[in-house]
Design a protein around this ligand. Structure first.
Ligand SMILES: CC(C)(COP(=O)(O)OP(=O)(O)OC[C@H]1O[C@@H](n2cnc3c(N)ncnc32)[C@H](O)[C@@H]1OP(=O)(O)O)[C@@H](O)C(=O)NCCC(=O)NCCS
Length: 272
């Protein structure tokens, strides 16, 4: 584990690298597609895990149905997350890394990664914005809600550290599973824009101290691929709050069958 002295924000007792943040059993698919039970631990990873993180990222990229849904990180940027400008949660089974979720604390003038800039936050709060960056779950372990579990721990740790008030993330409109997970973890879709050299992304946000509430009964659904309509709604005081499939099988996604639900906030938006 990373020595606490290497981590600028690690003096806080809530940021313990000494013990797992969770342990338990998940189901993993073996080579014959049978399911076996494996013990796991979720830990905050130190930089010695960088090669395994890069290896898992590569495997995930090779298996993506749509390459543009994941923005790959070079090793030096990934390393920045490992304690210097963020932290990485890993799901480990023995020495094997089954999944990771990284969190980044961007500089206030970082137009690529400080998503508060994209959301027009006042400059005085840009130092309060943290990012959930990349999440990867090994294909053999999907279906255990590992991403949602890691997100919840990541958000709790950010809250406990007490430095950041806002958490943002980007997600591709074509990444059904991750949109669903982010919305279930308390994020709200606030913007549809191009990031990372022209890739279409939703920007999602949650205020750690004052969650938004929405008018009941006034939600409107838009087909996931109707980006013109979505952009118009997001520009006119609507927020993306839910994602549903019109027809059954979510593992064979047909994006035209997916509906994004938009809602209005109960009170006028306070940019903070
Ligand atoms: C997004 C991701 C992390 C979610 O993994 P997860 O936590 O295991 O997902 P869940 O447990 O919530 O899965 C719910 C269901 O969707 C299925 N599912 C999840 N991701 C899937 C995928 N990429 N392809 C096909 N099915 C998938 C699961 O098998 C499960 O099905 P089940 O209910 O029949 O068991 C995972 O899909 C992934 O690693 N994707 C590639 C990397 C990526 O796109 N990251 C986000 C951008 S940084």
């Amino acid at each position: 584990m990373m020595g606490k002295s290497n981590m600028p924000f690690s003096r806080d007792k809530s940021f313990s690298t000494d013990k797992p943040v969770q342990s338990g059993v998940i189901l993993q698919k073996n080579k014959d597609s049978g399911l076996i039970e494996v013990q796991y631990e979720i830990r905050i990873l130190d930089s010695s895990y960088l090669p395994q993180i890069m290896e898992l990222q590569q495997l995930i990229i090779e298996n993506l149905l749509r390459k543009e849904t994941l923005q790959p990180f070079p090793a030096d940027f990934m390393e920045e997350h490992l304690g210097r400008k963020g932290f990485v949660l890993g799901v480990l089974s023995g020495k094997d890394l089954l999944a990771f979720r990284n969190v980044y604390f961007p500089d206030i003038n970082d137009t690529e990664w400080n998503l508060g800039i994209d959301l027009d936050f006042p400059s005085r709060i840009l130092n309060k914005v943290a990012n959930l960056q990349m999440v990867c779950v090994h294909p053999s372990c999907r279906g255990n809600s590992i991403a949602a579990t890691m997100n919840r721990h990541a958000i709790r740790i950010i809250k406990d550290l007490g430095i950041h008030d806002h958490v943002c993330a980007t997600v591709s409109p074509y990444n059904y599973w991750n949109i669903k997970i982010l919305l279930e973890c308390g994020f709200i879709i606030k913007k549809l824009t191009k990031k990372y050299g022209g890739k279409l992304r939703y920007i999602v946000h949650q205020n750690l101290h004052s969650p938004m509430s929405f008018e009941s009964g006034s939600s409107q659904s838009v087909v996931l691929t109707n980006f013109i309509k979505q952009h118009e709604m997001l520009s006119n005081g609507w927020y993306g709050t839910d994602l549903n499939v019109r027809k059954e099988d979510v593992r064979l996604p047909c994006y035209e069958n997916m509906l994004l639900a938009f809602s209005r906030q109960t009170e006028p938006l306070n940019a903070g």
